[in-house]
Design a protein around this ligand. Structure first.
Ligand code: E4P
Length: 214
């Protein structure tokens, strides 16, 4: 399973890129709104910081407008993926963009039927929102398992990005469920490093080394 960073914060992306463990980035209008600066410049900068896909979301509501917006976003860099909401108009846009070779990430995905429709429309990626499903008493991880099973059964090539990840356990669970990618907030990615035995082990090794007098 590949790891993406779910943020529009350039400092966080630079730091995580240096760790060598993230290959892509996902943004959304709320994440961009938290940052200072021009939307296009932020996205362009992100595309230079990671080698893989960078999702940038449309804000239009009609299929036609989404297609136009998507084409402009796709021109910004070869690794831009256009994030499109899971609506009737969104599917119209995806089905126009797919044959033109413009990659899409269908977002705000909360059911297996939505995942089926997005794959049929030709989505390159889908983003089931794990945490937001958990928030309303449904299992986000269970949804990922169901989508993985059905996509594998029918041989769909659409990749599954587990999104709305809230804690390290989510990452382990979606990995076990067979998600292709998990997109992770910086705080959660940092938490994934932590283990008391690693810290204790480093201290023990350094103490022993010093005691040996070398
Ligand atoms: C995914 O692509 C979204 O940007 C993100 O994961 C949403 O997460 P949230 O539910 O924490 O806002």
């Amino acid at each position: 399973m590949k790891l993406f960073l779910d943020t529009a914060n350039l400092e966080e992306i630079r730091t995580a890129a240096e760790w060598g463990i993230i290959t892509g980035v996902t943004t959304n209008p709320s994440l961009i709104a938290r940052e200072e600066g021009d939307f296009q410049e932020i996205v362009r900068e992100i595309t230079t910081l990671v080698p893989g896909p960078v999702s940038a979301e449309v804000i239009s509501l009609t299929g036609e407008e989404m297609v136009e917006e998507a084409k402009n976003l796709a021109k910004m860099a070869s690794n831009v993926v256009v994030k499109i909401p899971m609506t009737h108009e969104g599917m119209k846009a995806v089905s126009v963009l797919a044959p033109e070779g413009i990659k899409t990430n269908v977002t705000l995905m909360f059911s297996l039927n939505q995942a089926l429709m997005a794959a049929q429309a030709g989505a390159s990626y889908i983003s089931p929102f794990i945490g937001r499903l958990d928030d309303i008493g449904h299992s986000g991880v269970q949804l990922v398992k169901e989508i993985v099973e059905v996509y594998n059964y029918y041989g769909y090539e659409t990749e599954i990005i587990a999104a709305s990840i809230r804690h390290p356990l989510h990452v382990m669970e979606v990995a076990q469920a067979g998600a292709d990618i998990a997109t992770i907030p910086f705080k959660v990615l940092s938490q994934m490093f932590q283990h008391p035995l690693t810290e204790k082990g480093i201290k023990m090794f350094l103490d022993d080394w010093q005691k040996s007098g070398r």
